[in-house]
Design a protein around this ligand. Structure first.
Ligand code: IPM
Ligand code: MG
Length: 354
């Protein structure tokens, strides 16, 4: 099993190094994997003038799975859109056909105090956000700048979903719900957007194949509110690219820290890219204080979803649970009475717990 490792920018290299350490430990224990690194994002731009260099894309295509850190930083903020590091992650998602983004938001009991919400509201929280990842206003054409009829400059993007795009992500949503608590909430803005009316129609049609799953629909503004009012009402949430981007950041804070949330982005056949949902955090880059757990947990998702190695995934997840139970914390989840570890020490703790 070949894994392309794209560490990226900011804290990316620091957190990815910890996940690599964990994967290598499993390799020496018999897991048959091969890792190969390549420059990506700002690092790709620095090296080849391209956030997704040809050679990196080639490696990612040839690999069975991709492990990513994060991309972006203030150094690149002034670049034209197509050269920005974010373009690297958007293009690799598109090039590899990674339309299904799974973002589980799970609250570990030890972190209940680190959540921004009251313990009774979040304890036991376990939501799966299924975000469509290669369509919507992120990729819709036309987009750009123009002069309007009044001679004023304007910027515009296109929100757009085709029927097959909605069908295949709805299938993933229903499939996930069927394996969990059989509740699926589809989030849209049907009261305003034509795209959303169409989305809802297709989701309702797919629902006929899944009578055992209870489907509900919710407007995105209400969903944003319900997530902080009563998040435990949700089991699986399925939504478009833009709404999913926003709601998954929001959901992450319920779990104590955005530094805890892994993600999987899958194609039709289960090949995947795995990355923490957080960004490159340039403000703390190079300080060895970032939380590597989201990336380590992303590598567990890789073993489960792409390699079908549930037992190995479980070992990583159990090790993470153990270090949290032992009181190990990085700065973002630190509370009095726990032990504050730096990035490398947290990686070492997970290794020891393995
Ligand atoms: C995410 C990120 C990306 C996105 C950025 C970096 C382009 O916010 O993975 O959620 O908007 O999809
Ligand atoms: Mg985001």
């Amino acid at each position: 099993m070949k894994i392309a490792v794209l560490a990226g920018d900011g804290i990316g290299p620091e957190i990815v190094a910890q996940a690599v350490k964990v994967l290598r430990a499993l390799a020496s224990d018999g897991l048959k994997i091969e890792l190969e690194e390549a420059p990506f994002g700002g690092a790709g731009f620095d090296r080849y003038g391209d956030p997704l260099p040809e050679s990196t894309l080639k490696l990612a295509k040839a690999a069975d799975a991709v492990l990513c850190g994060a991309v972006g930083g203030p150094k690149y903020d002034g670049l034209p859109r197509l050269q920005r590091p974010e373009q690297g992650i958007l293009r690799i998602r598109k090039e590899l056909g990674l339309f299904a983004n799974l973002r589980p938001a799970v609250l570990y009991p030890e972190l209940v105090g680190a959540s921004s919400l009251k313990p009774e509201v979040v304890s036991g929280l376990d939501i799966m956000i299924v975000r469509e990842l290669t369509g919507d206003i992120y990729f819709g054409e036309p987009r750009g700048r123009r002069d309007n009829a009044r001679g004023e400059r304007e910027g515009y993007d296109t929100m757009l979903y085709s029927e097959p795009e909605i069908r295949r992500i709805a299938e993933i949503g229903f499939g996930a719900a069927r394996k969990r608590n059989k509740k699926l909430c589809s989030v849209d803005k049907e009261n305003v957007l034509e795209t959303s009316r169409f989305w809802r129609e297709i989701v309702n049609d797919v629902a006929r194949k899944y009578p055992e799953v209870a489907l509900s629909h919710m407007y995105v503004d209400n969903a944003a509110m319900q997530l902080v009012r009563d998040p435990k009402q949700f089991d699986v949430v399925v939504t478009g690219n833009m709404f999913g981007d926003i709601l998954s950041d929001e959901a992450s804070m319920l779990t104590g820290s955005i530094g805890m949330l892994p993600s999987a982005s899958l194609d039709e056949r289960g090949k995947g890219l795995y990355e923490p949902i957080h960004g490159s955090a340039p403000d703390i880059a190079g300080q060895n204080i970032a939380n590597p757990l989201a990336t380590i947990l992303s590598s567990a998702m890789m073993l489960r979803y792409t390699f079908n190695k549930d037992e190995w995934a479980y070992r990583i997840e159990a090790a993470v649970k153990k270090v949290l139970a032992d009181g190990c914390r990085t700065a973002d989840i630190y509370e009095t009475g726990t032990r504050r570890l730096d990035t490398v020490a947290m990686g070492d703790a997970v290794l020891a717990a393995l």
